[in-house]
Design a protein around this ligand. Structure first.
Ligand code: ATP
Ligand code: MG
Length: 414
């Protein structure tokens, strides 16, 4: 990808209406555009990051048996009335609208109701279970707080998986697998060491649910962490003495931290299946409600968290696994000169070798180009200047550590 062909521009100044570091940097670097408070668009580089995150999550969901679908955002009020979640008193973030020819419709904030009803067409026998169904889908939530940039928005893509099991034992076994899959995801995107399995309040079918909370000074949530055990509790259960027994930790060892909820897993039990008539016949022919769980991760929130955790005073810093591109060639030449020719050749070689590379081929000062390169945060910068022409060696600068190495063209390509 040539930078001269990228329509997005960088800017020096942070937008005056952004308070969150993630939004300030992502807007400045041209990764996102703000439509209005809590509503953002993803531009070419931003979308590449989202797609990297999506691919990692998809691999992990497929690895635990997930089957991918895509459900509509438009929601039938009837099914939400059946679970008593249609009223604005019960759910305070609804976006509701109406059809022209009459009748209300909701914009989905989560998908337990429609998927549970959908599954009644496909599940009738114990032979049809268990099933694990997931999607990457846009959720709409009428959030009143919208000050955290892309970490809390009014429309966002969530990976939501729902599990359908015969009974609690089968559910519990999958729930543990889902926990491991979530740990893999957060490790792979680079925040594993800062992300804690956090006990939160449950529902009628399990005493606790679990959040995945990433410790970060700009987080909206407070959690209490046991560093040695890599576990935490959130505010909801902090005062509940029973939770410490269950977790095998001591309350006095906990340390309060600010954190961001990057994921949430929940035992739903038979709440939705009973309300919406999702049941199966067991081996003896007895009709039994399906036992469910739900498992969410917000892609934008995760991207914003990665920004908050790694960015420095010069700009974004992407872990390699989610970076929009892996290398950033910064040419210090003028069009047609030896330096430019060398940079062009290196770009073509890397591209042909299948390397993801952004090439700054613009006619700008070295200072501006380096500042932009720092802002964009691509993991490795390859500088092509006089030195490279004279010695045949390229300077490679690691964005995160600032470490400088030298390599020849052949080495780079291999
Ligand atoms: P929060 O407590 O932060 O409001 P939640 O508990 O309502 O979130 P869930 O319904 O469990 O969130 O949604 C699953 C995941 O979706 C969350 O863990 C988070 O990653 C993401 N998410 C939730 N709300 C938003 C939002 N407004 N903007 C972006 N991502 C969100
Ligand atoms: Mg939550």
């Amino acid at each position: 990808m040539k930078q001269s062909e990228l329509f997005t521009k960088t800017r020096r100044e942070a937008p005056a209406d952004e308070v969150a570091k993630n939004a300030q940097l992502l807007v400045r670097a041209g990764y996102i555009h703000k439509e209005m408070a809590g509503v953002y668009d993803y531009l070419p580089l931003g979308l590449r990051v989202i797609e990297k995150i999506r691919a990692i999550i998809r691999e992990e969901m497929n690895a635990i048996g997930g089957e991918e679908v895509s459900l509509s955002a438009l929601q039938d009020p009837e099914i939400w009335k059946a679970t008593d979640r249609w009223s604005d008193e019960k759910v305070d973030v609804w976006f509701k609208t109406a059809f022209k020819n009459g009748g209300e419709v909701g914009l989905g904030l989560t998908h337990e109701e429609p998927l549970t009803r959908l599954m009644t067409d496909h599940i009738s026998s114990y032979r049809d279970l268990p099933r694990y169904v997931y999607q990457f889908q846009d959720k709409f939530r009428n959030e009143t707080r919208a000050k955290s940039g892309i970490m809390r928005t009014r429309e966002f893509t969530m990976k939501d998986l729902y599990s359908f099991s015969k009974d609690k034992a089968e559910h519990d076994a999958f729930y543990e697998k889902a926990k491991r899959a979530y740990e893999n995801i957060f490790a792979r995107v680079g925040i594993g060491d800062k992300t804690y399995l956090t006990y939160a309040s449950g529902g009628s079918f399990s005493p606790y649910s679990h959040e995945f909370q990433t410790v970060c000074s700009t987080g909206e949530d407070a959690i209490y962490v046991d560093d040695a055990k890599k576990l935490a509790v959130n505010k909801e259960v902090y005062g509940d003495e029973k939770v410490y027994e269950e977790m095998g930790i001591k309350k006095e060892n906990l340390k309060e931290e600010k954190a961001i909820e990057v994921g949430n897993i929940f035992t739903l039990g038979t709440k939705f299946s009973e309300a919406l008539g999702l049941s199966y016949k067991d081996a003896e022919g007895k009709t039994t409600p399906v036992f469910m769980g739900s498992y969410g991760i917000g892609l934008g929130r995760l991207m914003g968290t990665i920004v908050e955790v790694f960015a420095d005073d010069k700009g974004l810093v992407w872990p390699e696994s989610v970076a929009p591109l892996k290398y950033h060639i910064v040419s210090l030449g003028k069009e047609g000169d030896e330096i430019s020719q060398l940079a062009d050749a290196l770009y073509n070689d890397l591209k042909n070798a299948g390397v993801e590379v952004l090439y700054d081929d613009r006619d700008m000062s070295a200072g501006q180009k380096f500042a932009d390169s720092d802002l964009l945060g691509i993991p490795k910068r390859i500088v092509v200047g006089k030195d490279a022409v004279n010695t045949g060696k390229f300077e490679i600068v690691d964005r995160a550590s600032g470490e400088v190495n030298k390599a020849e063209r052949a080495e780079l390509i291999s």
